[in-house]
Design a protein around this ligand. Structure first.
Ligand code: IPE
Ligand code: IPE
Ligand code: MG
Length: 252
């Protein structure tokens, strides 16, 4: 298994274009309500935004795109909305997976899939298998995902694998068990919809990620809005604990 460097263990190599972008796609319900439509109409249009964002990322040569589609707390929503979202996920997989495959995209799902119905679990597995050998964009969908669940399941697996190390575990022991062990830590985090919180998304992996919040609602998040996020990222000085002076010295 290829292991990526950890921002807390060594200073990562960074570039103008973020290698990994993680997104909280928020604001579908409000987008719909503004138009006097049911909330789920916003989720439906939101799928089109996902399709477009995948294209922008491929054009920019982003390697990893991770999208928060359903949180472990979203089960608290009205059951009709939860069912609609599950159906939408299934339909999107059925409709899009072949196109993703043709575009050399590797699709992966992170999250606790045990709560999904059998047909959805089977479709997820089939989609992952179909695209497993692709080496273009890695597209990760976080569904029934929670950052705390992720850390806890990793701790439990690590402990079972090497009980003799109890009391001496290090980062390097834990990270292979985290859901996103196959990807570098996100460079850029984007949240649409105006809220300024993480809502239990990738807690461990966002340690040194640059955060970008926009009021734009997810269905309105177009190429121009995406470019604003990239531009904001490019203005950041990623110091990883060092001083500005140290950075300019190493650039000389
Ligand atoms: C994000 O949009 C999609 C999901 C959480 C599934 P919301 O449904 O949270 O939309 P708002 O925040 O209510 O507008
Ligand atoms: C976060 O959005 C989860 C997803 C986008 C899937 P929420 O709308 O559920 O977050 P809160 O409840 O406003 O924090
Ligand atoms: Mg929301």
């Amino acid at each position: 298994m290829k292991l990526f460097s950890s921002a807390t263990q060594s200073v990562p190599v960074t570039a103008e274009i973020p290698q990994h972008i993680a997104v909280i796609m928020d604001g579908n319900g409000r987008w719909a309500r503004k138009r006097f439509l049911p909330r789920v109409a916003g989720h439906k249009v939101g799928v089109d935004t996902v399709r477009d964002l995948v294209k922008y990322c491929i054009n920019l040569k982003v390697d990893y795109l991770t999208l928060f589609a359903f949180s472990s707390e979203n089960w608290r929503r009205p059951s009709e909305e939860v069912s609609f979202l599950m159906g939408l996920f299934m339909d999107a997989l059925k409709r899009e997976v072949v196109k993703l495959h043709q575009n050399n995209i590797k699709l992966l799902l992170i999250g606790d899939r045990s709560r999904f119905d059998a047909a959805l679990i089977a479709k997820i597995e089939e989609s992952e298998q179909l695209t497993a050998n692709n080496n273009g964009l890695t597209l990760t969908i976080a569904a029934n995902y929670g950052g705390r669940w992720d850390v806890l399941q990793a701790v439990n697996k690590m402990q079972l694998a090497a009980p003799e190390l109890a009391g001496n575990f290090s980062e390097a022991h834990l990270t292979p068990y985290l859901s996103m062990h196959y990807a570098p830590e996100p460079d850029l985090f984007i949240r649409t919809g105006g809220e300024k919180r993480i809502s239990n998304f990738l807690l461990w992996q966002l340690a040194y990620t640059e955060f970008y919040f926009t009021d734009t609602l997810w269905p309105d998040f177009n190429e121009e809005a995406f470019k604003l996020a990239i531009h904001s990222y490019q203005q950041r000085e990623r110091r990883f604990g060092r001083t500005s002076e140290q950075l300019s010295e190493s650039n000389d």
